[in-house]
Design a protein around this ligand. Structure first.
Ligand code: ADP
Ligand code: G6P
Length: 465
């Protein structure tokens, strides 16, 4: 059983007015959906609409159980404690975390609701895998309710150093909640280290970076960098429809020499503003010419009712307008800005068009967009400009790495990638693709589930499906 804040589908309105189910955006769903497909699993999560629980049809053999959330629940738990307190704090506090006592009450209430749903549905002795920062109390509550279960927890986002985490008014409860799990997985070894240090400092427990003793239990901790379905992305990118669509897109862009692409949720952690500033300065100095180079910025709407996200969107759109006004020409904008969701085939076509992919978050747990780009470059072309602060940088050491806070450095790396010799680009891409083939989403699930379930039966069943 997977327990995550969201189900992997959202309902949306089809062009004919009917209700249709659409895959929800974000890295967590992209990672987990492919491995659960075709297995007799249950996914407990929210169906994307407020009000009573909706019936959600099974998806690819996975049973969907929807948890009801009211408008108030969403405002205080999802938009409040999860995305205005924890999200900024866990991403280096690049925006100021907001603390409200009312939000903490909602966080407890909603975590209790998810835990009870899981406790009611789980078979005796089942394995329950709880996901991400929205549900950090669920492992602890679930252990109380159902001591027979094997409980895993995986944090998809960064886990901050003690200096930051210590700000949290309810820090001890959050740590204790996670420690209800048998195995706590993080994206990077540094995060596991931060967690272990906090277990000692805040809870006075005995801990190493791999094992924490609490009561009569040992909780294991480790790094399991998440990934994508590499083969699936590669075959989509190589398909006739995507290749034709990529050719069309290039023609629509005016057959430029260089296409620079970025694909992000509209989120302040993604470094969109810093990237636009760098690009604008390159245009200003004449190092980049609109006729030769186009930039495509896809920024899918995200968390639109949260104040910091509204403000970000306004700033980004103002800046895109300014840059296009100043440097564009009739029929030749400097930046093509797309604030829309796309299906996977369209994203794959965009990845194929991009000579340079700029993935420059200020902080990111992993960044699956970087992995999707690499997987889709089936002819070993394409330069990945990657922030050192994305989890993916620990694996893609051959990327053109940059520090997105350093504007001159970012500009230099963008120019380096644009002017790089084809041999250099190809050698780097080949190495990254080889890494990604060996470390795909199945390898991730196998590693985590083997560690969680010592018998190995579950890992074998799920990753062969
Ligand atoms: P995060 O988890 O912060 O959202 P990731 O890069 O790890 O960031 O994952 C983002 C996921 O959302 C990727 O699988 C990507 O393909 C998907 N995505 C990004 N932009 C869009 C878009 N415009 N339409 C649909 N899916 C998108
Ligand atoms: C990140 C988080 C996920 C979340 C996703 C999309 O990947 O780790 O838990 O689902 O972003 O964000 P949203 O707020 O739309 O669920």
């Amino acid at each position: 059983m997977v327990v995550a804040h969201r189900l992997p589908v959202d309902d949306s309105v089809a062009p004919d007015g009917a209700c249709e189910w659409r895959r929800s955006p974000g890295g967590l769903v992209s990672a987990l959906h492919p491995i659960l497909r075709q297995s007799p699993a249950t996914w407990v999560g929210w169906a994307g609409q407020t009000g009573p629980a909706r019936h959600v049809p099974d998806l690819d053999g996975v049973h969907m159980h929807s948890v009801p959330l009211s408008t108030e629940d969403i405002a205080e738990h999802y938009e409040g404690f999860a995305n205005a307190t924890l999200w900024p704090l866990y991403h280096d506090a690049v925006e100021q975390p907001v603390y409200h006592r009312r939000w903490w009450e909602a966080y407890q209430r909603i975590n209790q609701r998810y835990a009870e749903a899981a406790a009611d549905l789980a078979e005796p002795g089942a394995t329950v895998w709880v996901q991400d920062y929205h549900l950090q109390l669920v492992p602890g509550i679930l252990r109380e309710l159902r001591p027979d279960l094997t409980i895993g927890f995986f944090m998809h986002v960064p886990f901050p150093p003690p200096e930051l985490f210590m700000q949290l008014p309810r820090r001890a409860e959050l740590l204790r909640g996670m420690l209800g799990a048998d195995l706590i997985g993080f994206q990077r070894a540094q995060a596991a280290h931060n967690f272990a240090q906090l277990a000692v400092k805040v809870l006075g427990l005995q801990a190493s970076d791999r094992r924490i003793a609490i009561g009569d239990r040992i909780v294991r901790v480790g790094a399991f960098p998440v990934s994508i379905d590499t083969a699936d992305m590669a075959s989509l990118a190589a398909s006739r429809g995507v290749v034709d669509r990529a050719r069309q897109l290039r023609a629509d862009l005016g057959e430029p020499k260089h296409v620079i692409l970025s694909v992000d949720r509209m989120d302040y952690t993604k470094g969109i503003e810093q990237r636009l500033k760098a690009y604008s300065e390159l245009l200003d100095s004449g190092q980049v010419k609109v006729r030769d180079t186009v930039m495509v910025q896809v920024a899918v709407p995200s968390r639109e009712r949260v104040e910091q996200y509204k403000a970000l969107r306004e700033r980004v759109e103002r800046e895109v307008g300014r840059i296009n006004g100043e440097y564009g020409r009739v029929g030749e904008p400097a930046i093509h800005y797309l604030n829309q969701p796309f299906d996977r085939a369209e994203l794959a076509a965009l990845y194929r068009v991009a000579d340079i992919m700029a993935v420059t978050p200020l902080r990111d747990g992993m960044n699956l967009v970087a992995k999707e780009y690499v997987a889709s470059r089936v002819d070993d072309t394409g330069a990945l400009v990657l922030s050192e602060f994305a989890g993916a940088a620990a694996e893609f050491t051959q990327a053109y790495l940059c520090n997105p806070h350093d504007l001159d450095g970012l500009k230099a790396v963008l120019m380096h990638a644009t002017r790089a010799a084809p041999d250099d680009v190809e050698e780097r891409m080949r190495a990254m693709r080889a890494h990604l083939r060996a470390h795909d989403i199945r390898a991730w699930a196998r590693a985590y589930l083997t560690a969680l379930d010592r018998t190995g039966v579950l890992a074998t069943r799920l990753t062969q499906a």
